[in-house]
Design a binder for this molecule. Structure first.
Ligand SMILES: [Zn+2]
Length: 441
């Protein structure tokens, strides 16, 4: 039995039989001015086309159309593609109503997933144009969580395409699970239905509620891409591309836009901690809200809503860092502080007994004045230290870049802390309100 190739369908043409598999189903709310209209949407593959039905016909169509099943379809109407967040780039789409006929067929050759990968050049043209959602495939350079607040983070996955162009995926908190922590550099990620935006000069793919992700996909539609991406030159672990800048540069308005990066490294030290908001917080493992200390012979933490909770202890502390340029306030959330101290917040509190958020543990005050490589994320003027390494670990890489700074640096004496504390208190009397709360040593 002959059938029309899905890719050849055009708006207004008379329906002829097509053979398709139903890949996705969702409700889209399109807002024509003044009217809110719910549409029941489907992705069909042969080669990929969208179909829509009235939003209130979902029960009717659920009886006729099953996801991942194949059908010979007639009686549809060919129209223009949807003009808002379409998932497939096709010059037509189908409208299905009561006269559409879906006859189940066996067809092993119709794929069970749809990808419409686009090139880097096409991505540029789609920035901020929401007509079409975008599918992309690339090789992972980096996968990390970028804190947005104490308990919330977005996932960033930096991809390279076949010509090593850099594209960054952003997964908002509700979508972090789409790409797990285990997806490290060298893996291939195929992502669908993203919105393209410009993020401080680099291309960003934001996941939507329709986004799906395939890791190292080996399907017929992806195998060639995967092979070419695997054949790219290996990722050079020394090619750490977070630029090294001074602490003063961190404070330049729109530094991220100017440098096309939101992550930087600074060769710097902590001048002091600001304990106005404490150095840790404890939240409830059940509801994520703050919990409260309760003493009943021993120290406990209780939630106002939940019984029998496991408290989660997380660092969150503001600090002034400097490299001899401009002392600047940054925030250390849990990952930054854990990397700095090499001790978990829970251990400091439970094993070492530091339970007062306004009183600085010895282990923390000991790091004041010690030069480190600090990885700083910049977000709308807010600076978050996400990782800390010792100077020696990155010494070769940063030596040349910070050469001009050398005179501003404290000497790397065995205990530079003493000098620096002295200097910071006399030279910078007005850095912040933290001085009183500060306990040094
Ligand atoms: Zn709770």
């Amino acid at each position: 039995m002959s059938s029309r190739a899905v890719k050849d369908i055009r708006a207004r043409e008379k329906a002829t039989a097509i053979e398709i598999r139903v890949i996705k189903k969702w409700i889209s709310t399109s807002k024509v001015p003044g009217i809110k209209k719910n549409e029941l949407c489907y992705q069909f593959v042969g080669d990929g086309i969208e179909a829509t039905a009235d939003g209130d016909k979902i029960e009717y169509f659920d009886k006729i159309i099953r996801l991942q099943s194949c059908y010979r379809v007639t009686g549809y109407v060919c129209t223009k593609p949807r003009d808002y967040m379409a998932t497939i780039n096709h010059p037509a789409s189908l409208i299905i109503g009561k006269k559409a006929k879906f006859v189940p067929i066996e067809s092993a050759d119709i794929p069970n997933v749809y990808f419409g990968f686009v090139s880097y050049e096409v991505l540029r043209g789609r920035i901020k144009v929401n007509k079409l959602l975008t599918d992309f495939i690339g090789r992972v350079d980096r996968n990390y969580l970028q804190p947005t607040s104490k308990i919330s983070a977005v996932r960033k996955v930096v991809l390279r395409d076949e010509r090593l162009n850099k594209v960054e995926i952003t997964l908002w908190p509700s979508m972090l699970h789409l790409i797990g922590d285990h997806v490290g550099s060298g893996n291939i990620v195929a992502i669908t239905a993203t919105q393209v935006s410009n993020y401080y000069g680099s291309i960003q793919l934001e996941a939507t509620y329709l986004t799906t992700v395939a890791i190292n996909p080996e399907m017929p539609q992806t195998i060639e891409y995967t092979k070419r991406l695997r054949d790219l030159p290996p990722i050079d672990p020394n090619d750490e591309d977070d630029p090294i800048i001074t602490v003063r540069e961190l404070t330049i308005p729109d530094i991220a836009g100017k440098k096309h990066s939101t992550r930087f490294r600074c060769d710097a030290w902590i001048e002091k901690f600001d304990l106005n908001r404490g150095w840790f917080y404890v939240h409830c493992s059940t509801c994520d809200k703050t919990v409260y200390p309760e003493e009943d012979g021993s120290l406990m933490f209780v939630c106002k809503d939940d019984e029998d909770i496991t408290p989660k202890f997380l660092y969150s502390v503001n600090a002034i860092i400097t490299d001899g340029t401009t002392p600047t306030e940054v925030t250390f959330f849990d990952e930054g502080m854990t990397a700095l101290l090499k001790t978990s917040c829970e251990d400091l509190i439970l094993k070492h007994g530091y339970a007062d958020p306004k009183s600085l543990p010895q282990q923390i005050s000991d790091v004041i004045g010690i030069r480190k490589i600090m990885y700083v994320s910049v977000r709308r003027g807010h600076l978050v230290v996400t990782n800390v390494t010792d100077l020696a670990e990155t010494c070769d890489a940063q030596e040349s870049s910070v050469g001009t700074l050398a005179s501003a640096m404290p000497p790397t004496t065995p205990d530079p802390k003493v000098n620096i504390n002295k200097r910071s208190h006399t030279d910078s009397p007005d850095v912040g309100p933290a001085t009183k709360a500060l306990q040094v040593g």
